[in-house]
Design a binder for this molecule. Structure first.
Ligand SMILES: [Zn+2]
Length: 57
């Protein structure tokens, strides 16, 4: 069932404070519009910060 026409893409979540990429996740472009923003725990800041979608590479 592998298809190249998938709407799901791999993204990285970048900490808005220290700019480190702490997480990778998948996003369905059909369901999600705009940039993904999630509150995640940053091990470098040692607290929850806003993580913003960015490219994996
Ligand atoms: Zn951070």
């Amino acid at each position: 069932m592998a298809s190249k026409k998938t709407a799901v893409e791999l993204i990285a979540l970048q900490c808005s404070e220290c700019k480190r990429k702490n997480y990778t996740t998948k996003k369905n472009r059909r369901n999600t519009q705009g940039k993904l923003e999630l509150k995640k725990y940053c091990p470098f800041d040692r607290k929850h910060t806003l993580h913003i979608e960015t490219k994996v590479k």
